[in-house]
Design a protein. Sequence first.
Length: 165
Amino acid sequence: MPMSERGTIRNLTYTRQRADFRGLRFGTITPTDVDGSIEFEGRCCIFMETKHGDADLPTGQRLWLERNCDKWGDNGIVLVVRNAEVANGSPTYRIGELPVVEYRHACKWKTPKKRAICVRWIERFASARLGRDVRAEGSSELAATSIITSTPLGFEAVTEIEVPF
């Protein structure tokens, strides 16, 4: 069986199915999903959540993200990205190319002053935490990627993400 490329959807048919959490309610507690997380060497953790259109984080999901991020202290961050082009006909979207519209770090939610794409936040955060340069494979290709704002904002265009990593 051929090995699929890491980070790609292995079976698109399964991703089109929806998980049904019926029968998993415990009072007011029900399961939540998270779109992604990356843990680097047990030293830092990044949680990613995508919201589509103008949807907000539901209370339960926000609490889960807060509590799990906060357990990492300054070494944890939540990145909320926005997929504004919900109905563009494509069955997939790249989280790394979406703009971060909200984040949680050091036990506080904030709105970025400048919108940078998710992969740039991850690279900057992980680099600061690990004390070495961390770059995603194919990262240079994303520098020219247009995000959902009036102009493309790659890493080169955003000199400082205001989180004190």
